[in-house]
Ligand binder design. Structure first.
Ligand SMILES: [Mg+2]
Length: 231
């Protein structure tokens, strides 16, 4: 059995900035500061790590005592997220994704999971609009760990629990749009696939150590299937 672990933002979907706007609203609501995310890149980071960065950049806080504030930010973020996702004019499911997930979910020898820095509640809200939760029974999330490598490992553990067997590391593929996805997959000991639908080119993803890189799941479909299954 092969296990495919997908990142969410810029890999499966693009929310059109809904997540950023929800974080900005959370910080405005809690602290009265506008544009809290300005200058902070969320790409490839876990939600708790992003909240920690907001506190560090905006308030010069980096002590463990800020964990309560991280929780506050994330709770407020979740409270605004659904509305932002629903209202987002540029929300879209990325090219070729639905087709490949339809095909993969019909196969008995393939398991699908998530490996995303989103809190699970946030991930489910983001996927719901694209009707994509049906493909993913389990995953590793930012709510499992602030550390991306740990949440990738967690996703593989949940797959093992779900299927009643451990899947060999050589049959586990971590798929994402940033070098941080690739790095986490490699640190966990798994195979990695870069998809250039975010801010990074195929070349940059390969340079960061990805075993394989594709432009997107439409143009890169056949190469992706050959690289992950048949090879
Ligand atoms: Mg991503």
């Amino acid at each position: 059995m092969k296990l495919l672990l997908f990142d969410l933002d810029q890999t499966l979907i693009n929310t059109g900035g809904a997540g950023l706007r929800a974080l900005d609203r959370a910080c405005l609501h809690l602290f009265g500061i506008s544009n809290a995310m300005q200058g902070i890149s969320p790409h490839g980071k876990t939600d708790p790590a992003i909240a920690r960065e907001i506190l560090r950049v905006r308030f010069d806080k980096h002590t463990p005592e800020s964990n309560g504030e991280i929780r506050l930010i994330l709770d407020a973020y979740l409270s605004f997220l659904k509305e932002e996702v629903e209202a987002s004019a540029k929300y879209r499911v990325l090219p070729g994704i639905t087709s490949i997930l339809d095909e993969m979910s019909a196969r008995k020898d393939v398991a699908l999971g998530l490996a995303t820095g989103n809190l699970e509640t946030g991930a489910r809200i983001k996927l719901d609009r694209g009707r994509m939760n049906r493909y993913f029974a389990f995953g590793g999330f930012g709510s499992d760990s602030e550390d991306r490598t740990e949440l990738v490992r967690k996703a593989a553990e949940k797959a093992a629990a779900q299927y009643g067997k451990t899947i060999p590391a050589s049959d586990i593929f971590v798929i994402g749009d940033t070098p941080l996805d690739i790095d986490a997959g490699k640190r966990a000991g798994f195979q990695t696939v870069g998809v250039a639908t975010g801010s990074y080119s195929m070349e940059q993803l390969l340079d960061s150590g990805a075993n394989v890189a594709i432009p997107d799941f439409d143009q890169g479909r056949d190469y992706f299937l050959r690289s992950t299954f048949v090879a």
